[in-house]
Design a protein around this ligand. Structure first.
Ligand SMILES: [Ca+2]
Ligand SMILES: [Ca+2]
Ligand SMILES: [Zn+2]
Length: 742
């Protein structure tokens, strides 16, 4: 799909209907949406809809308006203006075919020069910026921005080359899957209206009424050294189609290019014979690539296509998976479930060498890249001796910038009216909000190090609010959803999501209240019946079967200590199995859970790790006593007899079904559940929030000192996690926050 983000419109639509102004944003600038649709259409469409992604409007029209206001508020929190910015907005059937379509169009509604406090004489500014700079509304009867969006999306014939029509996703949380994220499109269009556009004509090179735009002062042809305001019409006309030579000469953007843009790399570190950077294709889903990136040994997934459950050999490693037979999302999810830190997909055809991998799944939190068929074979040939690889964003080579680190502008030949010059070049990576075509991986940030749009706004003279929030984990909706994913392995149900979000938002602007509620909300997921009956039971099954492992700690002097034996990758896979289809309070969840527990225990006792430890020749009493000993529990006579009784008087323990039931009896023993509670609580801080074992990198010393510290503290506070500051420490840690943003 090649969905063009916009056609620019500078100037005036015919004046139409009486406008209703929606609730305004509170922030550095106030931006209001003026509903310019007629009855029963666009924002007034009465079609009932279900809440989606934090958008609680009950009609299609209301949800559209909510998304508009949400996007407007992001800009409102970013730019400073004492003058309210009004966006006159409507929906209309814009151009759309099976393969390409215009999602929306917007632009400044009116331009001004030589106003009070204008930074430069005889230079055009957008109405919104001119008002902000002068401190007054220079045309009180007119909105500052006009915007129109395509009501054709979702209809047959419109962006439906994949078989089903593309829809706008109206949620506010960016979890848009294969649909188009309306909020991102709106943020893009509003940016044009705020000043991310030239008012000159790229086709003819002529200035607007003979005067350059503030934007033109930063359009530099790097082959001639001239900016657009210094050029003749013919020079501007040539510059507009001078691909790779039309660059942005603003200092703020140039600074921020260094932290924002980079090149996606799969880098082989060793062996030396195949070391180096490999050409890659990137993905629309998964973790954003980072610097210095994810480094580990590369392991071929089993099965090689990753299309079914992937074996645990990839745990803590980079999984190499062959393209083909199932979706990219399915492969990566299977590898993630097996504990992989990243995925490299080896192409299964030689041409094109690599592609952009489509798909969407918000539960995928590891990075993924594609390498060519030939490179895949090169890597595979060396796996026997060990291959170390890194998936990274190489910020030393900014993609979409010239050799001097200046951002490239979109300058195709021939010129594309309404698109050329007023966008970044599409080669930028990571993908940027102001590229000409929509990308599925856009964030809701407009600031560096995620996005360069606000950097350009600062260059053209906007006052930009200091440090707007850029980490999505700070928003209640995203935060709560992440708790579901991390602790319950499922997406949030609407009732639960609303309940927990309300817990936090009921604090209003009281930050101390918000901080405390976030701790309590998150801890509630560990304490929930759903987790206690799934994840915590898995931990106790391992304990009952295998006892404790030994860990090293340097807290209060170097020593060893018993630590939970279950590892993160095992826990992840097993918890998903035991929780499959279980949502407390929904349907016949107790029966589903009971069936899951029975089949899980039955499968658990058939694993060779278990049968190697417990011979069939053991008597039921020997078997049960061994399990209780591993669990560290002295059972009551009743509890012991119940577990032994599962074998119905048999002389040995060859009956797997009875073994599974007896293991459950031990694992569900209430004394064990009490004894193990704090240990599992601390363990889950590492598993749930940091997605790693307590002794994995970046843990200093690669040992259990941190685990030891928190367990000691939690015990001192008798399990009161709030007083021990434990959950708070984890959810405010840099390691946790960096999973989601800067
Ligand atoms: Ca106005
Ligand atoms: Ca791009
Ligand atoms: Zn655009």
């Amino acid at each position: 799909m090649n969905a063009l983000l916009s056609r620019l419109s500078v100037g005036l639509f015919a004046l139409t209907l009486l406008a209703a102004v929606s609730q305004s944003a509170r922030g550095a600038a106030t931006i209001v949406i003026q509903n310019n649709d007629s009855a029963n259409t666009g924002f007034n469409d009465p079609t009932p809809v279900a809440p989606v992604g934090g958008n609680n409007g009950t009609t299609l029209g209301q949800q559209r308006l909510n998304a508009f206001q949400f996007a407007a508020n992001i800009w409102g929190a970013t730019l400073n203006s004492s003058v309210t910015i009004t966006i006159r907005a409507s929906w209309a059937p814009l151009t759309c075919s099976s393969t390409t379509g215009v999602l929306g169009q917007a632009g400044a509604n009116g331009i001004f020069r030589n106003f009070a406090n204008a930074p430069f004489p005889n230079v055009w500014y957008s109405a919104a910026e001119a008002n902000a700079l002068s401190g007054v509304d220079l045309n009180p009867s007119s909105p500052e921005i006009s915007a129109q969006f395509n009501s054709n999306l979702g209809n047959p014939g419109c962006l439906d080359s994949g078989g089903t029509p593309t829809h706008f996703y109206l949620g506010l949380d960016n979890v848009h899957g294969s649909d188009v994220d309306l909020v991102a499109i709106l943020m893009h269009e509003f940016a044009h209206g705020l000043g991310f556009q030239t008012f000159s004509d790229p086709g003819s090179g002529t200035l607007n009424a003979g005067f350059p735009s503030i934007y033109d002062r930063f359009l530099l042809d790097n082959s001639t050294g001239k900016t657009w305001d210094q050029m003749t019409n013919a020079e501007r006309q040539a510059s507009a189609i001078s691909i790779n030579h039309l660059v942005w000469n603003g200092s703020q953007t140039r600074t921020d290019v260094g932290s924002t843009l980079g090149t996606a790399r799969f880098r082989v570190n060793s062996p030396g014979s195949i070391a180096g950077n490999y050409t890659v294709g990137t993905a629309d889903f998964g973790a954003r690539l980072s610097s210095p990136g994810v480094t580990s040994n590369v392991v071929q997934a089993s099965p090689a296509d990753g299309c079914s459950s992937v074996s645990g050999a990839v745990s803590g490693r980079v999984a190499l998976i062959d393209r083909g037979n199932c979706t990219f999302v399915a492969k990566v999810k299977n590898a993630q479930n097996a504990g992989a830190l990243g995925v490299v997909v080896a192409n299964n055809v030689s041409s094109p060498a690599v592609i952009q991998m489509g798909g969407g799944d918000a539960t995928i939190t590891i990075p993924v890249l594609m390498i060519s068929l030939a490179d895949g074979n090169t890597v595979k040939s060396q796996l026997g001796g060990g291959v170390s690889g890194t998936l990274l964003l190489d910020v030393s080579v900014p993609a979409g910038a010239d050799a001097q680190g200046r951002a490239l502008l979109f300058a195709p030949n021939p010129v594309q009216g309404g698109s050329s010059v007023s966008h970044w070049d599409g080669t930028m990576f990571p993908n940027q909000l102001m590229e000409p075509a929509d990308s599925g991986d856009l964030t809701h940030s407009v600031t560096a190090p995620l996005d360069l749009t606000a950097s350009l706004m600062r260059d053209i003279g906007w006052s930009v609010a200091s440090a707007p929030p850029t980490n999505p984990i700070d928003t209640p909706d995203f935060f709560v959803k992440q708790q579901y994913l991390d602790f319950l392995n499922r997406t949030a149900d609407t009732a639960g999501l609303n309940f927990w979000v309300n817990e936090i938002t009921s604090c209003g602007t009281d930050q101390a209240c918000i901080d405390a509620k976030r701790v309590n909300v998150s801890a509630a997921f560990y304490l929930s019946i759903e987790f206690q009956e799934t994840g915590y039971l898995v931990e106790r099954m391992y304990k009952s079967a295998f006892g404790d492992a030994q860990g090293t700690s340097t807290f209060n002097g170097t020593h060893t200590l018993p630590v939970p034996v279950v590892r993160f990758s095992e826990f992840l896979a097993d918890t998903q199995t035991i929780g499959q289809g279980v949502q407390v309070g929904i349907g016949n969840w107790q029966a589903q859970l009971e069936a899951n527990k029975t089949s899980f225990a039955d499968a658990f006792v058939r694993r060779t790790t278990f049968t190697n430890l417990y011979a069939n020749t053991l008597t039921p009493a020997q078997f049960v006593d061994a399990l209780f000993a591993k669990a560290g529990v002295t059972p009551s006579t009743t509890d012991r007899n119940k577990a032994i009784g599962e074998f119905a008087g048999a002389g040995n323990t060859a009956d797997f079904g009875a073994r599974g039931r007896a293991l459950r009896d031990v694992a569900e023993n209430s004394t064990l559940a009490t004894n193990e509670f704090n240990k599992a609580f601390v363990l889950m801080q590492y598993f749930g929030y940091l997605r790693r074992n307590p002794n994995d990198a970046p843990e200093a010393g690669l040992n259990y000192s941190g685990y030891d510290f928190w367990l000691t503290k939690l015990n001192q506070f008798n399990g009161n996690f709030a007083n021990a500051d434990m959950v708070k420490a984890f959810i405010t840690s840099a390691e946790y926050r960096q999973r989601f943003g800067p």
